[in-house]
Every structure is written in structure tokens, then in C-alpha cells.
Design a binder for this molecule. Structure first.
Ligand code: ATP
Ligand code: MN
Length: 151
């Protein structure tokens, strides 16, 4: 079995960081490339039924998006720093939209042959067996194998 490209979706959480470390180590062993992906989910602040996206003022949306983009960037930069010990070829991607859809779409676009992600993320809902993003990716109709790193 050949692993040549690993997709590591990250939301900046401790578990995602743990998954990223695992993904980097696996990539170092298999000489694979890693794509780090953070999805910014606009639906959390625009496009509610009561406040449609078209009515959400741009002076609110733009600084929020900038902030989220900077946060995503610095989370991924932290993983780049971790990569100093592995020296794996690494690329960073930020996408906008629904995390599950965007993770699958990017996995297919970059030709990933494995997805490494955390069982949980940033949510405070500790009780869930599996975070909804990971649950969604596991249940999507794709043939790409997924490795779930426990929290
Ligand atoms: P929930 O979001 O369902 O309340 P949670 O935050 O604990 O629960 P998930 O969001 O499913 O759990 O996170 C699990 C893993 O999914 C994370 O470790 C990370 O690998 C990935 N992930 C979650 N959100 C994103 C995102 N916005 N962009 C990229 N990867 C993500
Ligand atoms: Mn989450």
C-alpha cells in the first residue's frame, strides 16, 4: 500500500493538533506530502433564517472573517513549526463553507489517499462519542480511508 498524500483537517483544537502530529509522523515514514486544511464555516455567523446572508452587514462579516482567517493561519503555522522535526512537504489550505463537504472536496482535489483527523474538536460537548465533523466525514460516500486520532 502506498500513502503519498495525507489530508489533515484542523480546527486548532488540542485533538486536531494531536492528529496533525500523528499525520506528520506517518507522512515522514511513508515519504508522503501533507495538506493541512482549515474550513471556515460562515454559516455560524451569516445566513440564519432570521438574518439572511444578504442582510448581514459587510462591516460585521469582513472583520470576523479576517479574524477567523488569521486564527486559522496561526493554528496551521503552529503545525508547520511542529513539522521542523519531520521535514515533511507541507501545504496549508483555508476553505470556506461546510466543514464536512469541504474536507471531502479537498481530499478529492488534492488526491489524498488518507485523511487523518481528531475524534473531537473545539466543541465543549465532551459527551459526544464523535464530533459531528468527523462523524460526517466517516459517513460520506467516499473511498478515502480515514484515521481517527482519539482525544
Ligand atoms: P462538534 O463540532 O460536533 O460540536 P467537536 O468540535 O468536538 O464537536 P468536530 O468538530 O467533529 O468535534 O472535530 C473533530 C475533528 O474534525 C477535529 O479534530 C479536526 O480534525 C476536524 N475539524 C473540525 N472542524 C474543522 C474545521 N472547521 N476545519 C477543518 N477540520 C475540522
Ligand atoms: Mn467542532
Amino acid at each position: 500500500m502506498l500513502i503519498s498524500h495525507i489530508l489533515v483537517p484542523t480546527d486548532g483544537s488540542d485533538t486536531a493538533r494531536k492528529a496533525a502530529a500523528y499525520g506528520l509522523e506517518l507522512a515522514a515514514l511513508t515519504h508522503a506530502t501533507v495538506t493541512l486544511l482549515t474550513v471556515i464555516d460562515r454559516s455560524v455567523f451569516v445566513g440564519r433564517p432570521s438574518v439572511p446572508a444578504s442582510e448581514t452587514p459587510t462591516e460585521i462579516v469582513e472583520p470576523l472573517e479576517d479574524f477567523l482567517k488569521q486564527a486559522a493561519q496561526s493554528d496551521m503555522d503552529e503545525i508547520e513549526t511542529l513539522n521542523e522535526q519531520y521535514q515533511v512537504p507541507l501545504r496549508q489550505i483555508i476553505r470556506y463553507g461546510h466543514p464536512v463537504e469541504q474536507i471531502i472536496s479537498e481530499a478529492e482535489t488534492c488526491g489524498a489517499d488518507m485523511i487523518v483527523m481528531g475524534s473531537h474538536g473545539r466543541s465543549a460537548l465532551e459527551a459526544a462519542l464523535l464530533g459531528s465533523v468527523t462523524f460526517g466525514v466517516v459517513h460520506k460516500d467516499t473511498t478515502i480511508p480515514i484515521l481517527i486520532v482519539r482525544k
